[in-house]
Structure formats: C-alpha cells, structure tokens
Design a protein around this ligand. Sequence first.
Ligand SMILES: Nc1nc2c(c(=O)[nH]1)N[C@H]1C(S)=C(S)[C@@H](COP(=O)(O)OP(=O)(O)OC[C@H]3O[C@@H](n4cnc5c(=O)[nH]c(N)nc54)[C@H](O)[C@@H]3O)O[C@H]1N2
Ligand SMILES: Nc1nc2c(c(=O)[nH]1)N[C@H]1C(S)=C(S)[C@@H](COP(=O)(O)OP(=O)(O)OC[C@H]3O[C@@H](n4cnc5c(=O)[nH]c(N)nc54)[C@H](O)[C@@H]3O)O[C@H]1N2
Ligand code: SF4
Ligand SMILES: [Mo]
Length: 760
Amino acid sequence: MSRTALRICPLCEATCGLTLTVEGSRVTAARGDRDDVFSKGFICPKGAAFGAVDGDPDRLRGPLVRRDGELREASWEEAFDAVAAGVRPVVERYGPHAVGVVLGNPNVHTMAGGLYPPLLIGGLGTRSVFSASTVDQMPKHVSCGLLYGDANLIPVPDLDRTRHLLLIGANPLESNGSLCTAPDFPGRLKALKARGGTLTVIDPRRTRTAKLADRHVAIRPGGDALLLAAMAHVLFEEELTDLGDLAPHVEGLDELPDALADFTPEAVAGACDVDAGTIRALARELAAAPAAAVYARIGSCTVPHGTLASWLVDVLNVLTGNLDRPGGALFPQAATDRTPRPAGPGRGFALGRWRSRAGGHPEAKGEVPLSALAEEIDTAGGEGEPVRAVISVAANPVLSAPDGDRLDRALGSLDFMVSVDPYLNETSRHADVVLPPPPPGQSPHHDFAFNGLAVRNQVRYTRAAVPLEPGRMAETEILARLILAVTGMHGADPAAVDATVIEQTLGRAAGEAHSPVHGRDPRELAARLSGENGPERRLDMMLRLGPYGDGFGARPDGLTLDRLLAHPHGIDLGPLAPRLPQPLKTRSGKIELLPGPIAADLPRLRRAMTERAEGLVLVGRRHLRSNNSWMHNVPALTGGTNRCTLHIHPDDAARLGVTDGAPVRVKGAGGAVTAPAEITDVVRPGVVSLPHGWGHDRPGTRQRHAATDPGVNVNQLLDGSLLDPLSGNAVLNGVPVDLTPVDLAPVDLVPTAGQAGPVT
Ligand SMILES: Nc1nc2c(c(=O)[nH]1)N[C@H]1C(S)=C(S)[C@@H](COP(=O)(O)OP(=O)(O)OC[C@H]3O[C@@H](n4cnc5c(=O)[nH]c(N)nc54)[C@H](O)[C@@H]3O)O[C@H]1N2
Ligand SMILES: Nc1nc2c(c(=O)[nH]1)N[C@H]1C(S)=C(S)[C@@H](COP(=O)(O)OP(=O)(O)OC[C@H]3O[C@@H](n4cnc5c(=O)[nH]c(N)nc54)[C@H](O)[C@@H]3O)O[C@H]1N2
Ligand code: SF4
Ligand SMILES: [Mo]
C-alpha cells in the first residue's frame, strides 16, 4: 500500500515542495507538488532523488560511542552519558572556550538547526564558534551588518519583476540559487528574458547561467570588488545616480565619490581583466534599466575582498535607487521574523568584539573563521586554552574548509569530540560519540533561514512524512539532550529546553511596547500554544508573534500553527514589498553607506589595482546533482558529468602539455592533489576549476559508494592563511596554483602533449 505525503525539500536553498510516495516506512518516489504556493511543481534531479538520499543504506541507524579506540553501536542513553562525561571535564578544567562548536551547512536546512544551536552556544558560553558561514556568505553578513545594522538583513533580487539582473559569481542553473530562495530559478531567469528584461553574468567560467545571459563578462577571479567600485565611480562621474525614495534614509553618500575616486574603469581594467568600455557599459545599463538588481554570491564572497564586493553590490543598488523598490532588491519579511519594532536608531553592528586566541582573528557575528579551527586546536600559547573538545553539528570541515589534512590531525588530537551527523565521514570519524539524526523523510520541516531570503513572502510547514523508525530520535530532541548534557543538566527532560525558550520569549514580548502581547501574562500565552511537541510550540509562538501572526488573539485573522497546518501546500503572503526604514538597526537609523571598517579596507583594494596574477588561478564549481561534501554516496546523483575533474582551457592545456583525461598534479600553498584534466573552454584562459567536497578516500569512514570514486579534496590546496580580513571568510576562489602533467614530472623539462593516458 502506498500513500503520498508532502515534504519541503531540504536539499538546497530553493525549498521546493515535494509530493513523496511512501511505501511502508520507505520514500519510494518524489515529484514536484503542483499546489505548492511557492514552487508550483518545480523539482530538480536532487529533489527527484529524495527517496535515494533518504534511504541511503549507509546512513547510521543509531548512536556510536568510542570504546577501546573503536566506534561501536550504543544506546542513546549510553551516548548522552558519554557526551556529558566527555565535555563537562573540559569545561570545568579549561573553561567554556576550550569547547569548540562547529556548525555545518545542513543546519540551515533543518528545523533542529534553526532552533537549537544558539542555545547550545549560549548555554556553553563558548566563544569558539566556527561555521560554514566563514567559507561562504560571512562577507554578506558583515556588509549588511555595517550598512543596515543587522547582519541578517540581506536584500534579495526581485527576480519576478526586475527588468535587468546583474548576476555576479553565482551559477543558479546548477546551484538553484543562494541567499535568494527561488524555486525554479532557471525558469525565473527565462521569464525575465521573455518579458524583455536583460541578464548580465559576471563569472570567469561560461556557466550554464552565463550561456543564458545577454552579456557574459569573464572576469579574472577576485576582481569583482574592483569592477563594482569602478561601476560606482562611473555612476558618480556620469551623474547617473538617482536614489529616489531612498534618499532620506541614506547617510554617507557625500563621502562616497571621494572614497571611490581612484577606481576609474581604466585603473581597474588590467587587474580584473575587463576593459574600461565594458565597465562603463555595465554601469550605464544598470542606471538605465527601469528596475534593476545587482546580486552576487559565492564567487564574490570567497575572495580576498569579499566584504568590499558584497558592500559594493548593495551600494550599486542604492545609487541606482533600486534598493527596497519593486523590481530591484528588497528585504523579505518572513512569517517567523520578530515582531517589527517602530523605525528608529538601533544598536548598530559591532565587529571584532573579541579575537580568536591563536591567530588573533576578529570575530564576526559571534564567530571566528572556520579556517582557524585547526590552529585553535593544535597551537598552544596566547591567552587562554586551546580547543580541546569539539561539538560538530552537520559539518564536514575536513573536506569543506582549507587544509583538511591539518584539521584531520587536529581533530584526531582532541580530548573529546561529538558529531551530530547521519554519516561516518571524513570529519565524524574522529568523534568519540556520533549522534545520527533521522533521515529527512522522518523529520518535520520549516525553513527558518530561507523564508527570510525568499523572492516571495510565503510560509510552509510539513510534518514528518514517515513516522520515526524504532530506535530513532528526532534531531530536535538530539540537540536538546546534547545541550543539557554539555551544560551540566544531563538527564533533565529535553522538553524543558523548549519550555524555557517559550517562557523567556513570551516574557520579553510581554514587556515590549510594540508587541501585540504587551502587558499580557506569559504563562497564559504559553498555555494557548498548540503543537504536538516543543519545536512545534516554538514555531506556533514565533508565527503568532511574527509580522503576520494572530498576536495571540490581538489579530484574529493572523497566522497560527493551526492555520498553517490547514494549508498543507503553504500560504502565500504576497510579493516582496518596500520596508525601509523600519528594519534598519544602525545607530543613525539610516543606511550607513560608507561605514568605517569598509572605508578602512579600501586602501587594500587600491593596492590590488596594481597587482597582476602571473600564473594560473583556481576557482570552484558546483554540479546540479551535487551538494557540498555529502551527496556523493547516492548512486543516482553521481557519475556522468558530476566528476572531480580539473577544468582547463585548451590554450593553457596546450601550453602546459596537458591532455584530456590525463592526470595533472595541482599544487597550491597548502598541498598538492592529482586529478584528471578535462579540457574545456568553459573556463577562461588563466583559470582552472575543481569542484569541492570530494576526497572520500580516508580510512574509517562508512560511505561505500562515495569511496568508489573518491575524487580529491580541492581545499588541500589551501593553507588556511588567505582570508577576507573583515569577515574572516576563507579565500576559496582565485587561488594561485601550479600545474604539472603527472607522467612528465619531474624529469621532463619540455612537456610533450599526449604522453599521459586517460584515467578511468
Ligand atoms: N573550495 C571550496 N570549498 C567550499 C565551497 C566552495 O565553493 N569551494 N563552498 C563552501 C560552502 S558554500 C559551504 S556551505 C561549505 C559546506 O560545508 P559543510 O558545512 O561542512 O557542509 P557539507 O560538506 O555539506 O557537510 C554537511 C554534513 O552534514 C551532514 N548532514 C546531512 N544532513 C544532515 C542533517 O539532516 N542533520 C545533520 N545533523 N547533519 C546532516 C552530512 O553528513 C555532512 O557530514 O563548504 C564550503 N567549502
Ligand atoms: N547542486 C548544488 N547546489 C548547491 C550546492 C551544491 O554543492 N550543489 N551548494 C549550496 C550552497 S552551500 C551554496 S552556498 C550555494 C552557492 O550557490 P552559487 O553561488 O550559485 O554557487 P556556484 O555554483 O559555486 O557559483 C559560483 C560561481 O562563481 C564563479 N566564480 C569563482 N570565482 C569568481 C570570482 O572571483 N568572481 C566571479 N564573478 N565569479 C567567480 C564560479 O565560476 C561559479 O560559477 O549553492 C547551493 N546549492
Ligand atoms: S531545486 Fe533544491 S529544493 Fe528544489 S527539488 Fe532541487 S534540491 Fe530540492
Ligand atoms: Mo554554502
């Protein structure tokens, strides 16, 4: 007997609604939910493989605890006993900062990851917090924090209404979008063109997205901040700025022309390898469009000037009056956002409130760089203690962060490590306790992170499609129990964690003049919450206090969990709408267009104008059927073109004697890897590309399919020292590398093409 169940897809940021076919406790098929208010039936190959991802036989079914050096199956009780016994002595002896918390990408794709990590960090009181954000979008958080006073207030392009999209360092035709949640991103780009709009793509590779563009600019990697600065320069020089309705909400505009004066198109052209005429044209097109949006992602963040590039993206949107206007870049309003407070000055965004112990890296958004995790473990000295215990939740930094070999050794040297992870992989193999969450089919879902980045305001919630298998524990409960175990309350009722959050949140809300529950009794409010468990009651609370909420009766038509449950395909809350100045939290209450830390970083960008990379530089790439490091174990999603090959331009290949399919040794500051060459003019000359998340050849892992075609770890080419200084974000793109065709090294001085055979 089969049945169907709805499930929001957690496999990328597009958050498509899926209709799953369930047989017994197995998900056997997935198709797009045509009635989903947001995704309207869209599905990609990963979503279609939901059943295979969910049912992967290598997923751990129960906890593992290390005994006599070996990870062995254990009961949940034994596992949490071991966690308490492993972490507490470290806290008591060395203090909370000796416990590192490492949060990986899937935390933004689970309800558990949205609800519990802040409590874990707060409960421990540790400053040793590392996450995937510092190998990803931290520059955007920092630039938005400085501009708007809130690091999570990130504008998204109004994809469905814009007339001109300048898309930088993103490849949504493979990634399905990032910091811009849009099911069927490809379809939305085609619709833009169909309504007469234009698409410009800036990317050193002629990606599938670039092929769709009206104009593709193959920039030299790392050059975006220079290019964007020059575009802003042109807007001033040619008097093309027009802030429109934004003007009263912006301060610092007058200082900007001077700050950017040196960045003429002619001055930056050489360094970014885009001619001055093209830069001027890009600026004029942006200014001329009736509504336009500049949008940038990974390629603009994971570079030496990531924060400046991220800032300039928004500066261009401001200068052309496109920020906060329909068709431009707008701030979404999610249903679980906090109750909007009246507009006015806020506390602002502070950077560098503390520094990491070993490397002295400034914190950003409460985190220190993931690139610095290894040194925080393996380097003594400095004030305080090294990290001696690690709590890793949904993270595989041995593959996703720079210099995995060093981190691998460092993790191996810890006093104690716990991983909340469904797999025994390159990182979790070091854990003393592995706590596996259930597969996604057995987990409820709501997108706490992505609804705040979505191109349309909407809200959806799906309960678990399949009941928890015997012996499984919900990830929300795993994290609640973990919090109790590491904060000295081991064994207490995990429901108390949610009850405490509810009590504190309602208590605070009752005290806020702008809250719909101002002056009410928090206990009375708590008693009104519905939901089958703590996480559901927290969701109900957030919805009811939120901008569309019922305010616990104050707005009877408003949102509640019950109302949402009555709409299984979601509730559409309308197109994005202008919101300024309400969400601004800067000290001035305005957009601070030229924040101090940004101005102080401009001299570094000025110096970059004169720099010319001599040799080859490396960039990454994503494949539609991949997802960072953890989906190579699903046969349906591997093979074909989804392979760990080195893309190299035919001119470079000929010059270096590289033949198609032959192994090439790639060497960077952190090490060397050997991968088969794939000669293709998709990359521009001077640039080679390797995907990340590969290198599944370490012992002690349990991902059998991934191990059959392990690939190599591109991040081994990095030594972890290259960071964007303001955000601590790793530089993963535009990294200098040397190539040697393997069969010819090291004796032949004059490489001859065609000697190395293909690798199978
Ligand atoms: N060179 C290079 N490196 C990169 C990038 C790049 O572009 N180039 N991209 C970077 C980016 S953007 C990111 S986000 C990072 C990602 O890097 P990480 O944050 O390390 O993420 P993943 O590699 O996807 O590993 C996710 C881990 O979570 C586990 N997992 C999967 N589902 C669940 C779940 O439901 N619950 C729990 N608890 N665990 C789960 C997986 O088994 C895996 O161990 O990589 C970065 N690294
Ligand atoms: N299929 C699939 N989807 C995914 C993921 C995945 O691994 N696979 N990962 C998810 C995650 S965690 C994230 S963060 C998002 C990322 O989403 P995107 O940012 O869209 O990711 P990429 O496909 O890596 O696109 C980055 C592009 O930047 C280009 N680039 C590199 N260096 C530079 C540069 O200096 N300047 C410019 N202008 N471009 C440059 C690269 O060539 C590449 O085409 O994708 C998410 N979706
Ligand atoms: S685009 Fe993303 S969310 Fe949609 S089905 Fe594919 S993986 Fe899932
Ligand atoms: Mo990411």
